[in-house]
Write a protein that binds this ligand. Structure first.
Ligand SMILES: Nc1nc2c(ncn2[C@@H]2O[C@H](COP(=O)(O)OP(=O)(O)OP(=O)(O)O)[C@@H](O)[C@H]2O)c(=O)[nH]1
Ligand SMILES: [Mg+2]
Length: 506
């Protein structure tokens, strides 16, 4: 069945293959808006543009970065799209992030798309066309084109029109409203605006929503779709939500806006996953919505692909949602799949649980097991204890400001409730001993240390300290954390090495 409801297309493809140039040729919009993006000729954050199809129908395009360092952003952009535009440069062919983005799209269940073999002015597209057919479904439409000369652009627009005509929009899908926030900014005189793709349900001006994981009740002061004010927005649309009376600092990328009481932060999820090279107990990064969290894989049933994900920070996932699982070092996408039970308790491969999960994986209704439903702590998350929102915002600011210098428990004496709430919400983490960091800071420093050890080989504490400009105390805390997480190990001469020796991005 076809309809003309809202759709969102996402670009995909290796760095520098011409995604942004193609979006510009199709829409007239340069989605690389940041001065840094323009200076470096590199997409860093997600870009958006409305695309007009030959029928006159307008759909949204999300332009993602292709650089291997920004796969996290790509996954955030791709979750929530209806179809993809895979871009492959004729002169380069299929490259590592072409493959990785294809794996991400598969994991997210985004099966429909069009391949653009671009830069056809620079090289014969035949080889890249053949590679694309091998990587993706052989029946996938492939269009050779050039953003530089304009050749093939109208054919591409027509192929996208046929693609859109064959897709079912989510606009009519029932269910509570859910939007995963991918950008937050302020507009003078209007206050805080959060944007994202509306996954399900509807949003209406004046409506009350819940901001997660903080659990704050917020009111939508106004809604915009494609830069125009609208009274309501439907699933599948990119929406900018103007929030009344909410400080800019209280909202972050990775948060969700949802109908109150419908979404819970969760740390333990039972899932049906398709993964390659994954081990029981392996520490991975799990991506859902516009958020990601480290955690461990617990194998429940290899034959049926059933795994339990035990996360160190919460995700805002519901049953039936898709997620992506990435390896930490060397970073790569292992696969992904479907959440069967977003509120699982910590359990092993007990027969009655496996029977229930297998039924859920087949799409059958299976009520929670009675004793499970009553088990204390069911729901996975240690839900955020009540804390004064102002104290929470203030402490989060201090943690961000401290950066890799870290804050000690003593420096946060009197703020224990706020610290507990931030930790439960995944915004603060204990790095080592009594030292804490903002979760984004800890993730960033962790990635930089992994990149350093990958590039240089084993390094001493002093070398890591100097290369990253850290204090000795912070460098030691971060290295101890990476040791504990089994990302690094301490050699006999006290230097640190990555536990896996393969090259990053190989
Ligand atoms: N010859 C030729 N060059 C192109 C074409 N399209 C893009 N380019 C060039 O390729 C380079 C990369 O283009 P972008 O559009 O920024 O590539 P991208 O895929 O968006 O890159 P990331 O977002 O960083 O992954 C730029 O220098 C473009 O001018 C084309 O059709 N022909
Ligand atoms: Mg780009």
């Amino acid at each position: 069945m076809t309809d003309a409801g809202p759709l969102t297309l996402g670009t995909a493809g290796h760095v520098d293959h011409g995604k942004t140039a193609l979006v510009r040729a199709l829409t007239g919009v340069d989605t690389d808006r940041l001065p840094d993006e323009r200076a470096r000729g590199l997409t860093i954050v997600l870009g958006y543009a409305p695309l007009e199809l030959p029928s006159g129908r307008r759909v949204s395009v999300v332009d993602v970065p292709g650089h291997e360092r920004f796969v996290r952003t790509m996954v955030a952009g791709a979750s929530g799209i209806d179809a993809f535009l895979m871009v492959i440069a004729a002169d380069d062919g299929v490259m590592p992030q072409t493959r990785e983005h294809a794996a991400v799209l598969r994991a997210l269940g985004v099966e429909d798309g069009v391949v653009a073999v671009t830069k056809a002015d620079a090289a014969d597209p035949a080889r890249a066309v053949a590679q694309a057919r091998e990587l993706l479904d052989a029946r996938m439409p492939v269009v050779a084109c050039s953003a530089r000369t304009g050749s093939g652009i109208e054919e591409l627009r027509e192929a996208l029109g046929r693609l859109a005509a064959g897709l079912r929009s989510r606009a009519a899908s029932a269910g509570p409203a859910r939007l995963h926030v991918d950008r937050v900014f302020t507009i003078a005189g209007r206050g805080t605006v959060a944007t994202g793709t509306l996954w399900s349900g509807q949003l209406a001006e004046g409506e009350e929503l819940e901001l997660l994981p903080a659990g704050l009740r917020v009111r939508t002061r106004g809604l915009q779709v494609h830069d125009a004010q609208v009274p309501r927005a439907a699933a599948g649309q990119r929406v900018a939500v103007n929030l009344a009376g909410v400080a800019r600092r209280a909202v972050a990328r990775g948060d969700a806006l949802a109908s109150p009481g419908t979404v819970r932060a969760t740390r333990i999820l039972d899932c049906a996953l398709e993964l390659r090279d994954a081990r029981h107990g392996e520490r991975v990064q799990v991506h859902h919505g516009t958020r990601d969290a480290p955690g461990r894989l617990a194998l429940l049933d290899a034959g049926a692909g059933l795994w339990q994900l035990r996360l160190e920070a919460p995700l805002l996932a519901c049953d039936g949602d898709r997620l992506v699982v990435r390896r930490l070092a060397p970073p790569d996408t292992l696969g992904g799949g479907v959440v069967l039970d977003a509120r699982a308790g910590r359990h092993g491969a007990r027969p009655e649980i496996l029977a229930r999960l297998r039924a859920l994986a087949r799409g059958e209704a299976a009520p929670p097991l009675a004793h499970e439903a009553q088990a204390p702590g069911r729901g996975g998350p240690r839900s955020a204890p009540a804390a004064d929102p102002a104290a929470l915002v203030a402490l989060e600011e201090r943690l961000r400001a401290a950066g890799p210098a870290l804050l000690s428990e003593a420096q946060m004496a009197g703020e224990q409730d706020a610290l507990r709430a931030l930790r439960a919400a995944g915004r603060a983490v204990r790095v080592s001993g009594r030292l804490y960091a903002h979760a984004d800071v800890a993730a960033d420093v962790g990635r930089r240390i992994v990149a350093l050890l990958d590039a240089r080989g084993p390094a001493s504490l002093a070398e890591v300290r100097d290369a990253l400009g850290l204090s000795r105390k912070s460098a030691q805390a971060f290295l101890e954390q990476l040791d504990a997480e089994r990302v690094t190990r301490r050699l006999a001469d006290d230097r640190r090495a990555l536990r896996r020796t393969a090259k990053v991005g190989a």
